[in-house]
Design a protein around this ligand. Sequence first.
Ligand code: IPM
Ligand code: MN
Length: 328
Amino acid sequence: MTHSVAVIGGDGIGPEVVAEALKVVAASGVDLDTTHYDLGGARYLRDGTILPDEVLDELRDFDAILLGAVGTPEVPPGVIERGLLLKMRFALDQYVNLRPFLHEPAGVDLVVVRENTEGAYAGEGGFLRKGTPHEVATQGSVNTRMGVERCVRFAFDLASGRPARHLTLVHKTNVLTFAGDLWQRTFDEVGVDHPEVATAYDHVDAACIHLVADPGRYDVIVTDNLFGDILTDLAGAVSGGIGVAASANLNPDRTAPSMFEPVHGSAPDIAGTATANPVAAILSAAMMLDFLGEADAAARIRTACTKVADASRSVSTSDIGDRVAELV
Ligand code: IPM
Ligand code: MN
């Protein structure tokens, strides 16, 4: 069976790592029909295009989207992030950002379920009296019962299928008493349907300590968009580095394609030096294969990646891709 995949290499090291991910998928025997889209900061600088609605509509017809990284220092912050990446996450209703972390030496085996369409990312707010001494800027966190509940349900279902069957809600309920209350109540109510899953709650600041000092306490974590963004960089740092951290922007209802991308950014400082670690992109492609029903190939890719993990510091981007490809 052939899967149609839209590929957005993007900026900086994005195209370099995506090329290795596609190389490895081809070696795994899974057949992809790929269409490459030239989108990102470089394209924007060339002709002002970010993500036209016609292109967004085209993307809806693919089985999945594989993305490298987008963003260049020459473009002001937010333009590409909001106009391309968040636009896709929101429009394609990719409401779960799934980020697994596995690093045996540090005792890490956890998955973060990050809400991916709401919270502080929703774009609520604005300026008053901009540029004056009395300027006001607000940026609200939007939390809907529907949005929180579908994310929490996904997390309980995921935890239920894992050996440890443990789910921790991470929030800041002691200060964010409105949003936190909605999250906690939803978590408690959905938990009634999942008596098999043991639950816990940690404030996000404490969770940062635990992720460093005692990551073994976590199995599945569910949290809001902004806390999830920050926590997953930290989780990456304590589990082999951001060069191996993979993620999936999932539309679990499959009403639109899901998008798979490494947690890392475009790293313009090392672009073109062949030093980027493609493992995060390769593991993101493995998550894509899992979602497309190719669990066997995905498992082989993950195993191959663990075998090259030790060597990955001293060899080039394409050498790492070659080694993983040989082993799948
Ligand atoms: C991530 C990134 C994005 C986010 C940025 C680039 C908008 O940091 O995927 O974690 O904040 O979600
Ligand atoms: Mn991030």
